[in-house]
Every structure is written in structure tokens, then in C-alpha cells.
Design a protein around this ligand. Structure first.
Ligand SMILES: Nc1nc2c(ncn2[C@@H]2O[C@H](COP(=O)(O)OP(=O)(O)OP(=O)(O)O)[C@@H](O)[C@H]2O)c(=O)[nH]1
Ligand SMILES: [Mg+2]
Length: 334
């Protein structure tokens, strides 16, 4: 199976790194029986140091991470009841690389490659763009600051992959605490449909819209507000749900291959048995029977793995029903 990769896109300062830290903080302690671990000690230490800062209100502005200036990869595992469901890679890169006019071409290539190989895309839209009470202006801001930079990459993805489905996409409204009093679900939808219209026109794409925040009063009193995360777990649940779906489909394909192998051996055994007894090879028949039983036990192993995965898959699917703004192949889920 290909490595599971999640890429997070968004202009500089839109909250990508904070989202990662907040999500890891929330999920490393566990939620709904799920947890996320970083098996690499150095990565884990780096993440813990950074999220400790994020939760330390006494640091004021210094609680936030520095602007990211190089691509960073993190390896995580999603666990349920401390059993690993799936490992995945998270790619965090500098938002300034998205800007075609400013980025070095090596940066652009890195971004392109990580989008191209991603199991799911997370696109951050800074909640600050949704402040005020003029919807048209909000659409203009999101267009200018976000979709204008991201759409060319999506267009390219579509071109390179003609005939292949788009990866599932979570449109994440970051810093929702800044705009929640000045917007609502329906307006968010209008703004995003207005600023990312080609995306919503596609009939092969799964899209969720999730407002997230690190804390409802985070910005108060010179950034000394309490860290109290909202919805940080949902985008990652969506990504893992799709990864599981692909994984289960892979396992089913392997079962089909094993079944075909068994039927080939059975045919060979029948042909051999039909031979005149002087030419019949009992050794061959015996070795083919052994192969058949190896394939049968492999099928049983794969079927057990599918049932274990299916439980996680169904459980995650239930969690995803809490996302109201979900679009499946161009239609809003009722
Ligand atoms: N009010 C509020 N501010 C936030 C929240 N999350 C992030 N911020 C602010 O947004 C700033 C930028 O966040 P980063 O995560 O560093 O942004 P980034 O997208 O990683 O930026 P680059 O690394 O330059 O690409 C932080 O320094 C915080 O001031 C949030 O949930 N609420
Ligand atoms: Mg960053």
C-alpha cells in the first residue's frame, strides 16, 4: 500500500502549523477512543515542546510557532484503544512557497509533488477573512488571499491526473474564534462556493467544510486567552476514513488475486488427475494442494484484517456525520 500522506495548504499565517500542533495536542491525549502518536522520539519531542508553548497563555504572542521556513514532514500513527489503525505522514510547508511569484521553483516543485501524492488535502482559509458583515467582500478576500494561490495547483492536479479522481478535501476555516460572531454556516458556504467555484462544480470530489479554532478567547488580552480547541480532530478523521476506505479496497483486491490463484491450482490438479496413471505426478498434486492451503490461510488473514478495519471505518464514519457541510460528488449531503 502507498504511504498515506496528508498535505495542508494555505497562505502564510493562515494557521497551518498551529493547526498541526493543536491537533496533535488534542489527539495525543485521546478522543472518542482515538489517539495520535508520533513514533519518532525527536519529532515527538519537537511537537511536545511547541504545543506546550501554544497552551502556555503566559507567553502571550510568543506562544505561537515561528513562521515555517522549510518543508517539514511528520510521521504519525492513528490508534484506537492503543492499537495502531494506520500510520500517516503529515507535510507542513511554508505558506510563502504557495505564492508563484515569490517562491523558488524548487519550493513549487516540492508543493506540487506533495499535493500530487496526497491521500487527502487540507486547505486552510484564515477566519480573519470572514470578519465583518459584507458577504461579497468576504468572497473577494478569500479569493484574493487563498483560492487565487491554491486553484492553479488544483488545476494542475486535474491536468496531470486526467481520468483520476481528486483526493478528498477538507476546507478548514482556521481561527474561527475571530469570525464566529460575524458569520454562520450558510454564509461560510456561500463564501467558499463563491471563491472556490470550480471545486464545487466537480462531480468526483468529496469536500467537507470544518471551522476550527485553538480557543474562543485566544486573541484576548494580548494572546493570553485559554487554549480550548474546537473541531481540530474532524479533518484528520476525514483523512483517515478515506485512507481506510482505500486500504480495505486494496485488501479486497488481494483476496480476489488469491482466489484466482486457488482456482488455477484446482484446475491444474484436475488436469493432472485426468492424466493416464503412468504419467500422473502425485508430488505435483501434493505441492499444489499445499499452495492452495497457504492461499486459503492468507485469505482468512486478510478477511480478519478487513473486519478489524471495517470497525474503525464505521466508527469514524459516525463521527463524520457531525460535519454539516459535506459535499459528495458535487451534491450537498442531506
Ligand atoms: N485567534 C486565533 N489565532 C490563531 C489561531 N491559530 C493560529 N493563530 C494565529 O495565526 C498565526 C499564524 O499561524 P501559523 O500556524 O504559524 O501559520 P502558518 O500557516 O503555519 O504560516 P507559515 O508557516 O508562514 O506558512 C499564529 O501566530 C497565531 O497568531 C486560532 O485558532 N485563533
Ligand atoms: Mg507554518
Amino acid at each position: 500500500m502507498d504511504k498515506i500522506k496528508f498535505t495542508i495548504l494555505g497562505e502564510t499565517g493562515s494557521g497551518k502549523t498551529c493547526y498541526l500542533l493543536g491537533m496533535y495536542y488534542e489527539m495525543s491525549a485521546g478522543r472518542d477512543g482515538y489517539s495520535i502518536v508520533a513514533p519518532n522520539r525527536d519529532e515527538s519531542r519537537r511537537l511536545v515542546a511547541n504545543f506546550k508553548n501554544l497552551t502556555d497563555a503566559s507567553l502571550g504572542r510568543k506562544r505561537f510557532p515561528e513562521m515555517t521556513d522549510a518543508l517539514q514532514k511528520y510521521n504519525f500513527e492513528l490508534q484506537h484503544a492503543f492499537n495502531t489503525i494506520l500510520p500517516f505522514e503529515w507535510i507542513d510547508y511554508p505558506g510563502k512557497w504557495l505564492d508563484v511569484s515569490e517562491s523558488a521553483s524548487s519550493g513549487l516543485t516540492e508543493v506540487e509533488n506533495s499535493i500530487y501524492n496526497s491521500t487527502a488535502l487540507f486547505i486552510c482559509i484564515d477566519g480573519e477573512n470572514l470578519t465583518g458583515n459584507d458577504t461579497a467582500e468576504k468572497i473577494e478576500r478569500v479569493r484574493d488571499k487563498c483560492s487565487r494561490h491554491i486553484s492553479p495547483y488544483l488545476a494542475q492536479l486535474s491536468g496531470k491526473n486526467r481520468g483520476r479522481k481528486f483526493p478528498p478535501i477538507a476546507l478548514i476555516i482556521t481561527k474561527y474564534d475571530l469570525c464566529n460572531r460575524e458569520t454562520d454556516e450558510e454564509e461560510i458556504l456561500e463564501v467558499l462556493q463563491g471563491s472556490f467555484s470550480p471545486l464545487f462544480e466537480r462531480d468526483d470530489t468529496f469536500i467537507v467544510i470544518v471551522p476550527v479554532s485553538l480557543g474562543s478567547d485566544l486573541q484576548d488580552d494580548d494572546s493570553r486567552g485559554k487554549f480550548s480547541p474546537i473541531n481540530l480532530h474532524l479533518p484528520i478523521y476525514m483523512g483517515i476514513w478515506f485512507a481506510l476506505k482505500n486500504y480495505i479496497a486494496d485488501l479486497k483486491r488481494q483476496i480476489e488475486v488469491d482466489k484466482r490463484t486457488i482456482s488455477n491450482y484446482n484446475e491444474m490438479i484436475r488436469d493432472e488427475q485426468d492424466r493416464f496413471f503412468l504419467f500422473k505426478s502425485n508430488d505435483k498434486i501434493l505441492s499444489w494442494r499445499n499452495r492452495i492451503s497457504e492461499n486459503e490461510s492468507e485469505i482468512r488473514r486478510l478477511q480478519n484484517e478487513i473486519s478489524a478495519m471495517k470497525q474503525s471505518y464505521d466508527r469514524l464514519e459516525r463521527e463524520l456525520y457531525s460535519i454539516n457541510l459535506t459535499f459528495i460528488n458535487g451534491r450537498r449531503r442531506k
